[in-house]
Design a binder for this molecule. Structure first.
Ligand SMILES: NC(=O)c1ccc[n+]([C@@H]2O[C@H](COP(=O)([O-])OP(=O)(O)OC[C@H]3O[C@@H](n4cnc5c(N)ncnc54)[C@H](O)[C@@H]3O)[C@@H](O)[C@H]2O)c1
Length: 395
């Protein structure tokens, strides 16, 4: 028997998704506008700045970039907000509540610590830091000052991913049999990081959200390759097991000509296929109990309330802006203490724990490496949550 609603109930699902959108503040009067500064005016910083600029909960107050022309150009596009060369100058000159840090990985820790020490909440790019120790330092600083530190894992706010999470939580899939995730992006020159640190965080953040036990494997094996001799892995395969022994395979690739982002979760009852490259119908749920492998589509539901700023750039960018808008609204709720739940920095730390285990596995020719606890054993349990107690994180 299938737990899915009949295909004719799609409208009800759309209503559900609209309800999610409204829950994130779309179409509601804001309580009070929070002031946001964007640090790093590259491609990600520009996307974040546009999203916060369009979000009713936020006022974009300033931008900065060590390449000052970039900061000025972005500021001009957004109605001449003040712009600065350094985060110190910015914090000395403008009142802000929060900083969105969109610098390259090497500068994330320094800029985030500067913002936190100045008493600002932080939205930090993924991966949160270049090591688990540094990530933990950032979290400790935020906790010590009662500040929110959230990692920018945008897919978490996508309706299709939230739908997967709901189906997983409800047990509709049955027992999980296997999971496969693939992310390939052709631009080899975009970053100097190896492909694991570059592309795996996005996949891990999705898995951390949708897997019933989160991203908590005991150990992980990684295999990579650099066939062009660039000095770093450009293709990578990561394997680990869930607690029921179901295998998970994550493939990340900078050499592929095709841009692909897919996730497949197979259960004993249903199989879910998410395709991040599609604008509509990103999520298919396959039910072998229905005649002829009939497919049930969970449609992506556009939100007309959000201004379609980038219409000429295509539906993918509109979708990205809508997802970032939801993330911005969630961040506001967290800061205004309107929403509780697990600490928003935990997924970022768990992703870092995975990345470090992968690096260790690569250094021992792909043998399995233990995933370390994201918090030291002597951490305050309120900070560590249940994770440090969990045997899944035992060292
Ligand atoms: N969450 C996601 O889905 C996602 C997507 C893309 C990129 N990213 C992350 O976003 C970050 C930025 O990526 P990008 O593609 O925009 O890179 P980018 O190189 O285009 O932009 C980074 C900008 O930061 C500036 N910068 C560097 N150090 C700085 C400092 N100390 N203070 C202020 N500005 C500084 C650079 O001059 C540059 O303009 C990276 O950490 C990347 O991993 C995340």
């Amino acid at each position: 028997m299938s737990n899915l609603p009949a295909p004719t109930e799609n409208y009800q699902e759309e209503d559900e998704m609209n309800a999610v959108a409204h829950d994130y503040g779309v179409g509601k009067e804001p309580v009070a506008r929070l002031r946001m500064a964007v640090v790093g005016a590259g491609s990600r910083g520009a996307s974040l700045a546009r999203a916060f600029h369009a979000c009713p909960e936020w006022e974009l107050t300033a931008v900065c970039d060590v390449e000052i022309d970039r900061a000025g150009k972005l500021a001009a596009q957004l109605g001449d907000v003040p712009w600065f060369e350094t985060i110190d100058e910015l914090l000395d000159s403008v009142e802000v509540d929060t900083a969105a840090i969109a610098t390259p990985l090497g500068a994330l820790h320094g800029t985030t610590m500067t913002a936190l020490r100045a008493g600002k909440h932080v939205l930090a790019e993924e991966p949160l830091a270049d090591s688990l120790v540094r990530g933990h330092e950032m979290v400790s600083e935020a906790q010590a000052n009662g500040l929110v530190l959230m990692t920018d894992h945008p897919h978490s706010f996508e309706p299709a991913i939230q739908k997967i999470q709901k189906l997983m939580d409800s047990g509709s899939l049955g027992e999980i049999l296997f999971v496969e995730a693939l992310l390939s992006e052709p631009n080899l020159l975009k970053t100097e990081r190896d492909v694991f640190w570059d592309l795996a965080p996005g996949n891990f953040a999705i898995l951390d959200q949708v897997l019933p036990e989160g991203l908590a494997p005991l150990e992980v094996s990684a295999f990579g390759g650099d066939p062009l001799g660039t000095g770093r892995d450009c293709v990578g395969h990561i394997n680990f097991r869930l607690s029921n022994d179901a295998p998970v395979h994550v493939h990340v690739n900078r050499l592929s000509r095709a841009k692909t982002h897919q996730l497949l979760i197979a259960g004993t009852r249903l199989t879910m296929v998410w395709d991040g490259g599609l604008h509509k119908e990103r999520l298919q749920v396959l039910d072998p109990c229905l005649p002829n492998q009939q497919k049930h589509f969970s449609p992506y539901c556009p939100e007309p309330e959000i201004p379609q700023l980038l219409d000429e750039d295509g539906p993918q960018l509109i979708l990205e802006q809508q997802t970032l808008g939801r993330m911005a609204a969630e961040l506001a709720k967290r800061i205004q203490r309107q929403r509780g739940g697990f600490p928003p920095h935990l997924p970022g730390l768990r992703v870092l724990a995975m990345l470090e285990a992968i690096a260790r596995s690569r250094s021992i020719d792909g043998q399995a490496s233990r995933v370390m606890a994201p918090f030291p054993e002597d951490s305050d349990p309120d900070i560590a949550g249940n994770w440090s107690q969990s045997i899944l994180w035992s060292k």
